[in-house]
Design a protein around this ligand. Structure first.
Ligand SMILES: CC(=O)SCCNC(=O)CCNC(=O)[C@H](O)C(C)(C)COP(=O)(O)OP(=O)(O)OC[C@H]1O[C@@H](n2cnc3c(N)ncnc32)[C@H](O)[C@@H]1OP(=O)(O)O
Ligand SMILES: CCCC(=O)O
Length: 449
């Protein structure tokens, strides 16, 4: 049967498609901007009408819109949302007892699906319309999709003409012959993640990093306000011939491209192409991705593989932290036991960048955090807040940057690390950090007093 005939044969309404979900099922919603829309609403409606449909587990991550199934009044009793990486929406669902985080090292996720995860009963994802060869592009999210779909008992695609077509090879699209049901969605506007305006702190951090980036470097820009701001500011630097090999593609890559900074001509792999595994930003980014041959999307076990990352010379990795202690341990995913986001690909890129010839890994943070009452707390702390998770270990950290300076922690002894970290803390907190370091026997009194 030809592809069009197959498509028509498999076409269903959203309501018909979600009828396949049974109590106790594991339902996978894909990741980030790919989360289904009409299928999610139809499943929530069905659950509202059928109270006996219960005990459903969902998988997703970086949800940019609240899944309708989590908004049911009795969601906490009937469903569990399992997140691979929490957005602000999902951290609120955790606080409501509806969601739970699943720790990951992002590069390993396809393997989790292939070797460790037992059940994917139903997979529902948004895709772009079928192409002339019968393929639906995974569009905004390729990551672990191919592996997840290999394991799925039922595959439903929700077609949205607004989803951009991202170019990549096999593993970045699914053929109609492998799909069980096609639902033509109502063409909802895509979920967006607008970037915040760079703050003075972001500018101060960027100004220190830029001189350490050579022309021809290859960039990875992590999730969070600061990496995105730093990336955007690089567009105004004198740097040239930059390349992109990054897990997440954000709007700042469009800034870099429009400023003529991206040629990728020095990349040791995928020369000329800007490589990514998922994208989250505004409509401007999504238009940039659509049918753009200068971009290459690839599965996360390629993009985040430490060997692949480190094959690029001068790989510059820029990531964010919530807290860093005087030993150099980085916490980037929780604050105490309050879950904030996730480990994502931080370890992959911290390790890969350091291994790269000329590569540098930068962990950046503002020196202080202002709480809801406007009180300042130092992000550089004697010891990580009890309950907080260590995302990158002290042995792996390379450069640490705040608006007060930068330290390269590689090769430094405990007292040198403490001294370097305190030197870039907010001046209001330095004395108390020195006192704590003294108590912890990582301060040399002869030095800075
Ligand atoms: C994507 C790649 O290419 S690969 C690698 C990158 N991945 C990673 O580094 C994973 C870990 N990192 C992250 O998830 C992010 O970078 C973060 C969480 C560290 C920063 O992300 P941002 O979106 O800039 O964080 P933001 O400043 O908005 O803070 C997030 C939340 O933490 C809270 N928070 C931040 N710092 C503190 C603190 N010191 N104390 C208490 N709460 C805090 C904020 O209030 C906010 O909570 P709310 O929105 O629920 O009120
Ligand atoms: C997994 C989502 C983004 C990240 O790597 O932190």
């Amino acid at each position: 049967m030809n592809n069009t005939k197959l498509y028509l044969k498999k076409r269903r309404t959203a309501r018909e498609a979600v009828a396949c979900v049974k109590s106790g099922d594991w339902v996978d919603y894909g990741f980030c901007g790919q989360m289904p829309y009409d299928l999610d609403v139809a499943l929530a409606q069905r659950m509202a009408e059928e109270p006996e449909l219960t005990d459903l587990n969902f998988r997703g991550g970086v949800a940019l819109r609240q899944p309708a199934v989590t908004a049911l009044p009795d969601a906490a009793e009937r469903i569990t949302w399992n997140s691979w990486h929490c957005s602000s929406i999902e951290r609120r669902l955790i606080e409501q007892g509806i969601a739970y985080y699943t720790p990951i090292r992002f590069s390993e996720m396809p393997r989790y699906y292939r070797e460790n995860i037992e059940r994917v009963d139903v997979a529902m994802i948004q895709v772009s319309p079928m192409d002339a060869h019968g393929f639906f592009s995974f569009s905004l999210n390729t990551t672990y999709l191919a592996a997840m779909l290999e394991r799925a008992r039922v595959i439903i695609v929700e077609v949205n003409p607004k989803m951009p077509v991202a170019f990549g090879g096999l593993g970045t699209a699914i053929h109609i012959s492998r799909v069980d049901m096609v639902v033509e969605g109502e063409g909802h506007e895509l979920d967006q993640l607008p970037a915040a305006q760079p703050t003075d702190v972001d500018v101060a951090v960027a100004e220190q990093i830029v001189p350490l980036i050579p022309n021809g470097a290859c960039l990875q820009l992590g999730i969070g306000g600061m990496p995105n701001a730093v990336g955007g500011l690089l567009a105004h630097s004198d740097l040239k011939d930059l390349g992109i090999h990054t897990e997440m593609l954000t709007d700042c890559v469009v800034d870099l491209d429009e400023a003529g900074k991206l040629t990728g001509r020095n990349k040791n792999l995928d020369r000329g192409s800007a490589v990514f595994t998922f994208a989250a930003g505004t409509r401007r980014l999504y238009d940039f991705i659509n049918h753009n041959p200068t971009l290459m999307v690839a599965p996360v076990d390629y993009v985040n593989d430490i060997d692949v990352i480190s094959t690029h010379d001068n790989l510059i990795s820029i990531n964010n932290a919530m807290e860093v202690d005087l030993f150099g341990q980085v916490s980037a995913e929780t604050m105490g036991t309050r879950h904030i986001s996730g480990a994502g690909g931080q370890q992959d890129f911290v390790l890969g960048a350091y291994r790269s010839k000329g590569g540098k890994s930068f962990i950046c943070c503002s020196s202080i955090y202002l709480d809801k009452q406007g009180r300042a707390h130092s992000r550089l702390v004697p010891t990580i807040t009890p309950g907080s998770i260590i995302t990158s270990t002290r042995t792996n950290i390379h450069y640490l940057v705040t608006e007060y300076g930068m330290v390269n922690l590689k090769g430094l002894s405990a007292w040198q690390r403490a001294e370097g970290i305190i030197s870039i803390a907010h001046p209001d907190f330095r004395e108390e950090l020195i006192a704590a370091a003294e108590q912890m026997h990582i301060w040399k009194r002869s030095n800075r007093r």
